[in-house]
Design a protein around this ligand. Structure first.
Ligand SMILES: [Zn+2]
Length: 157
């Protein structure tokens, strides 16, 4: 499928049609560019990890790409999109680390099934009072990764 903006051939799962015109389909790269044109910002958290090797193995097993530049810092991406970064910090242990991040996705249940199939310690998927259907996963350094789907989706619902 070709992106209506850049003209590149893209995986159909990575393009979305405009709400007002189903013939205009944009890829993630062009949507990201458009978001910045509209004044949007990207925020990437840095999660502290006490063991970079263990963190890299954990996040690769969870299906992410991990780009390490040295023993102290790494980018974690998914389909070339930044998700969060990892920063070495010896104090980050499960008993002392309260850091984490939230991944919002329209397919939280599919994420859950994939992570459980990979043998990772995901909690059950639950509906939360803050309007999300979510579960969580703790990494070896004690970072809590919440993954959830909004119960009141956007204009395409
Ligand atoms: Zn494009």
């Amino acid at each position: 499928m070709r992106c209506s903006c850049c003209g590149e051939r893209r995986d159909p799962d990575s393009v979305a049609a405009l709400l007002c015109d189903d013939d205009i389909r944009l890829c993630k790269t062009c949507i990201g560019w458009l978001m910045h044109q509209a004044g949007g910002v990207d925020v990437t958290a840095t999660l502290p990890v006490s063991d970079m090797d263990a963190a890299e193995a954990f996040y690769r097993r969870a299906g992410f790409e991990v780009h390490r530049y040295d023993d102290g810092f790494a980018f974690v991406t998914l389909d070339d999109q930044s998700v969060f970064d990892l920063g070495a910090d010896a104090r980050a242990t499960p008993t002392h680390n309260a850091a984490g991040c939230y991944i919002t996705s329209t397919d939280a249940d599919a994420w859950h099934d994939r992570l459980v199939a990979a043998g990772l310690p995901a909690t059950r998927v639950e509906t939360k009072p803050w309007g999300m259907r979510e579960f969580s996963l703790a990494d070896p350094s004690g970072n809590t990764i919440r993954i959830g789907k909004p119960l009141s989706p956007g204009p395409d619902a």
